[in-house]
Design a protein around this ligand. Structure first.
Ligand code: HEM
Length: 194
């Protein structure tokens, strides 16, 4: 939601997609959300910019010496972590990594077709492999549904004196250092979530 407040053009484009798919007379449902490719791109771009599990949840202990294909050795007994945040912000992997550009994930715009459920290590916000997040489908469905409902029912704008701060702090997961303050204005002639 913070990125949508900071990027009104993305917010407007998302709302146009939601209106085009469902109109204005009901709140988005799970069945609607899967027909919204731009919404999926907005969510992927948010996971890329702000991976909720950036580092620690990927900790692994090597039980044996592991020889990597690049010649490096990971000795037995090493605690190793994958720094997903660094991969997601690596300019060798992502063009303009610090920009919020959902279009990079839109097939029709030549964007990357990335499976964020562990099938593509360029962006694996749920981890990958045997210990991949078992709640990934529920997580994705929930985030998609709520972002769709919040963007469909309300216009989101900054509030004077409360600048949106994208600063992050790592607790159990990555959180905003300063919680978002924004004005949510119910849209006219739209059946809202409240
Ligand atoms: C947007 C939502 C979510 C994100 C971004 C997320 C992310 C993650 C990540 C990064 C891991 C670590 C994977 C690894 O170590 O390789 C993980 C593990 C896990 N997640 Fe999620 N998760 C989400 C939602 C959920 C939900 C909804 C549930 C349960 C209903 C869930 C249950 C778990 C469990 C039980 C593990 C531990 C799996 C294991 O160690 O074998 N997660 N999640």
């Amino acid at each position: 939601m913070a990125e949508l407040v900071l990027h009104p053009e993305v917010q407007a484009k998302l709302r146009r997609e939601i209106d085009a798919v469902i109109g204005r007379d009901h709140v988005p449902t799970d069945a609607d959300v899967v027909r919204m490719p731009y919404l999926q791109a907005v969510i992927k771009e948010t996971f890329r910019n702000h991976p909720p599990g950036p580092l620690l949840s990927w900790a692994r202990l090597s039980t044996d010496d592991v020889h990597l294909s690049n010649g490096m050795l990971v000795p037995a007994g090493t605690t190793a972590m994958v720094n997903m945040w660094a991969i997601a912000h690596d300019a060798k992997v992502w063009a303009r990594p610090d920009c919020f550009e959902p279009e990079r994930f839109v097939d029709a715009d030549g964007g990357a077709d990335v499976d964020v459920r562990g099938g593509d290590l360029r962006l694996a916000p749920f981890g990958a492999g045997r210990r991949v997040c078992p709640g990934k489908n529920l997580g994705l469905a929930t985030v998609g549904l709520w972002v769709a409902r919040l963007a469909h029912g309300f216009e989101w704008a900054p509030v004077d004196g409360a600048a949106v701060d994208l600063g992050e702090v790592l607790k159990l997961s990555l959180e905003m250092k300063t919680p978002l303050t924004a004005a949510a204005t119910p849209r006219e002639n739209v059946v809202g979530v409240l």
